[in-house]
Design a binder for this molecule. Structure first.
Ligand code: ADP
Length: 195
């Protein structure tokens, strides 16, 4: 069970990744959470990324690739994982492909959570009032969306071309979306079984 969640900020990736991880009993690996933890703990990685994250920009690929390489090498990721927030660039996707090559690149399913942009904007501005995340300020929200379109959206074509992509409607309540995700993952597994 190797699943990647793709989608704009505010699409609900984090929530769905956590729920699915519980159901499948594999770790949910959120790079955003890992970075925020490094910042909170004042680790050297945290010092490097703090201001980048606050502006809504992307942390350099080499740092992210090292971070995720280390994380996927831990024993709990051996039987599968759910990635939330990685890969975010084509370079990161190529690095993930190299990391998994030999042991199951084929087993990857990429869930593309689709939510219309006006809804995304509403959610992000709403969340900023509740969570006080430094990157939920209006300027940073706009930058995160710009960066998403420019750097992350190309991954949709990248994974579609590799026949690993599963589109999921990200509108509706949390359980309903979770059910849809469960369905596309089963379908992907069956298709692989038949291949
Ligand atoms: P969201 O998807 O809601 O914008 P995340 O929690 O996934 O938020 O990420 C927060 C921030 O962490 C990003 O805006 C970026 O600065 C940094 N980040 C997380 N994952 C990556 C990644 N794979 N590559 C580069 N930067 C990342």
């Amino acid at each position: 069970m190797r699943i990647v969640f793709l989608g704009p900020p505010g699409s609900g990736k984090g929530t769905q990744a956590r729920l699915l991880a519980e159901r499948l009993a594999v770790p949910a690996i959120s790079t955003g959470e890992m970075l925020r933890e490094a910042v909170r703990e004042g680790r050297s990685l945290g010092l490097k990324v703090k201001s980048i994250m606050e502006c809504g920009d992307l942390v350099p690929d080499d740092l992210m690739i090292e971070l995720i390489g280390e994380r996927l090498g831990r024993p709990d990721a051996g039987k599968g994982f759910i990635l939330d927030g990685f890969p975010r660039t084509v370079e990161q996707a190529a690095a993930l492909e190299r990391m998994l090559s030999g042991n199951g690149n084929r087993l990857l399913t990429v869930v593309n959570l689709q939510v219309p942009e006006p809804v995304i904007l509403d959610r992000l501005h709403g969340r900023s009032a509740q969570e006080h995340r430094a990157d939920d300020r209006p300027g940073a929200i706009a930058e995160r969306l710009r960066v998403y379109h420019e750097r992350t959206e190309p991954l949709i074509g990248y994974y579609r071309g590799r026949r690993l992509l599963a589109d999921v409607d990200g509108m509706g309540d949390v359980d309903e979306i979770g059910t849809r995700i469960g369905r596309v993952i089963e379908r992907a597994d069956r298709a692989r079984g038949a291949a």
